[in-house]
Design a binder for this molecule. Structure first.
Ligand code: S3P
Length: 424
C-alpha cells in the first residue's frame, strides 16, 4: 500500500493515549501461560507481533479469551502440551527468541518458523547459550526454522557479548524450568521487563548490576495492566518537536528507565519535554509526556544508552536532521539485524528526502539542520519502524512524499494513523 503524506501547516495539538507496549504484551501472554490458574491481562496490544505470540500459546494448549477488546483472560491448565504443527512467529524476533527458551526444556518437540524477514535474522545468539544448557536445537546455519528437541536442561552462568533483552530473556526462561541457578551477564543493561514481570509473578529472580540470576520457580497467575509503549510514543515525541507550532500530551507511556533513552536524547538536544503524573502499574513506571516544538542542537549517542533506545534510532536519526550541528550515533551495529538493516535503510530513505546523513558500520553521522525537500517515493523494507519514521518525516517535508508498504506499521501500532489524525 502506498501512503501519501503532506506537510502539516498548523502544528500538532491535543492529547493521545499511547497504546499497549509490545514487549510487555508478549511477556504477559508467555508468563501467564506458564502460571497455573487464571491470569487477566489488561490493555493487551492490538499489534500483529503480540498476536503471533498469543496464537502460539493457543497451539500449546492455553485457552485465552477476550473479555473485551483489550482484556485477555488466560486460563492455564498448568502445563504446555505438544503442538500439532509448526509454530509461526510471523515477523516477531521477540516471539521466536523467548519462546525458544521456554520450549527447549519441555518434554516434547516443537518447530518455530517465521516470515521471510525473521528467517534471515540471527538465532545463534540464543541457540549457543541454550545448547550450553544441554538444549537441542536444529537450525539452518543459525536461522529459522528452529527444530527444538525438548529435553531436561542444566543451569549455566552466561556472559553475553550483546546487550540484548531477547537473549537475556531466552536464557532466563530456560532457567526458570531448570534445577540450579542460571545467570546471565550483559555488557550494558537491556530492557528489564522480563525481570520485573517474573518477580511480580513470584519467580526466584535476583538482579545485581548487569547480572540476572534465576532459579526454578512456580509462577503465580496475576492481573497485569500493560502501559503504553514508549517506542510508539517516540514517533509523537519526534513529531511534536519538529513540526512547527506543536504542543501535545501523550498519556499512559511506559517510563521504565531501560527504555527511556529517547527522553535523555531529547533533553541532550535541548528539546522541550516534560514528564507528568508518574505512577507504578504492575511493577512498571508510567506517566504522561508533554512535548512542544523546539530549537534543537546535535549530540553524541553511544555506549550504555544504545540498548535503551535501540528501536527508536531510525526516528532519532530523523530528529537529528532537524538539530543544529553534527549528531553522531555509534555502538549500534545490531541495528543491522532488526526487521531489516535499519542503518542502511534509514540512510537510503532519509537521503531521498534531502537529509545529510552518512552510514557508519555501527551507526550514523547526521548534519543538521536541513530542510527536507521530500517529493520522493520511499520504501519501508517491510519494517514497521521504517514505515512510521518516514510518515513523521513526511509531516515536515516541503513536498508530498509517498511511502511504499506503509501497512507494516500494524506490526506494532495499528492505531498509528488514527492517533496522528486526531492531533491535526
Ligand atoms: C525486545 C528487545 C530488543 C528490541 C525488540 C524487542 C524485547 O531486541 O529491539 O524490538 O521485547 O525483548 P534486542 O534485545 O535483541 O536488542
Amino acid at each position: 500500500m502506498i501512503k501519501k503524506i503532506s506537510q502539516i501547516k498548523q502544528g500538532l495539538h491535543g492529547t493521545v493515549s499511547i497504546p499497549s507496549d509490545k514487549s510487555i504484551s508478549h511477556r504477559a501472554v508467555m508468563f501467564s501461560s506458564l502460571a497455573k490458574g487464571k491470569s487477566t491481562i489488561k490493555n493487551f496490544s492490538k499489534g500483529q507481533d503480540p498476536r503471533s505470540t498469543l496464537n502460539i500459546f493457543k497451539q500449546l494448549g492455553i485457552q485465552p479469551e477476550f473479555a473485551d477488546e483489550k482484556t485477555l483472560i488466560i486460563n492455564n491448565p498448568g502445563k504446555l502440551t505438544a503442538p500439532e504443527k509448526e509454530l509461526d512467529c510471523g515477523n516477531s524476533g521477540t516471539t521466536m527468541r523467548l519462546v525458544c527458551g521456554i520450549l527447549a526444556g519441555q518434554n516434547f518437540n516443537s518447530t518455530l518458523i517465521g516470515d521471510t524477514s525473521l528467517s534471515k535474522r540471527p538465532m545463534k545468539r540464543i541457540i549457543e547459550p541454550i545448547e550450553l544448557m544441554g538444549g537441542k536445537i536444529d537450525s539452518t546455519e543459525g536461522h529459522a526454522p528452529l527444530k527444538i528437541n525438548g529435553t531436561e536442561l542444566h543451569a549455566i552462568d552466561y556472559k553475553s557479548k550483546l546487550a540484548s533483552a531477547q537473549v537475556k530473556s531466552s536464557i532466563l526462561l530456560a532457567g526458570l524450568n531448570t534445577t540450579g541457578v542460571t545467570s546471565v551477564t550483559e555488557p550494558y543493561i537491556s530492557r528489564n521487563h522480563t525481570e520485573l514481570m517474573l518477580k511480580y509473578m513470584g519467580a526466584n529472580i535476583k538482579v545485581e548490576k548487569n547480572t540476572v540470576s534465576i532459579q526454578k520457580s512456580e509462577l503465580q497467575p496475576k492481573t497485569i495492566e500493560i502501559c503504553g509503549d514508549i517506542s510508539s510514543a517516540a514517533y509523537f515525541i519526534v513529531a511534536g518537536l519538529i513540526v512547527p507550532d506543536s504542543d501535545i500530551i501523550l498519556k499512559n507511556v511506559g517510563l521504565n528507565p531501560t527504555r527511556t533513552g529517547i527522553i535523555d536524547v531529547v533533553k541532550m538536544m535541548g528539546g522541550d519535554i516534560e514528564i507528568l503524573n508518574e505512577e507504578i502499574k504492575s511493577g512498571e513506571l508510567t506517566g504522561d509526556i508533554r512535548i512542544k516544538t523546539s530549537e534543537l542542537h546535535s549530540c553524541e549517542i553511544l555506549g550504555e544508552i544504545i540498548p535503551r533506545l535501540i528501536d527508536e534510532l531510525p526516528v532519532i536519526a530523523l530528529l537529528a536532521t532537524q538539530a543544529r550541528g553534527e549528531t553522531v550515533i555509534k555502538d549500534a551495529a545490531d541495528l543491522r539485524n532488526k526487521e531489516c538493516d535499519r542503518i542502511n535503510a534509514t540512510v537510503t530513505e532519509l537521503r531521498k528526502l534531502g537529509a545529510n546523513i552518512e552510514e557508519l558500520n555501527d551507526g550514523f553521522i547526521i548534519c543538521g539542520k536541513t530542510t527536507l525537500k521530500g517529493g520522493a517515493l520511499v520504501e519501508t523494507y517491510h519494517d514497521h519502524r521504517l514505515a512510521m519514521s518516514l510518515y513523521v518525516a513526511g509531516l515536515i517535508c516541503q513536498n508530498e512524499i509517498s511511502i511504499n508498504g506503509f501497512e507494516w506499521a500494524g506490526i506494532s501500532f495499528p492505531e498509528f494513523e488514527e492517533l496522528f489524525a486526531s492531533l491535526m
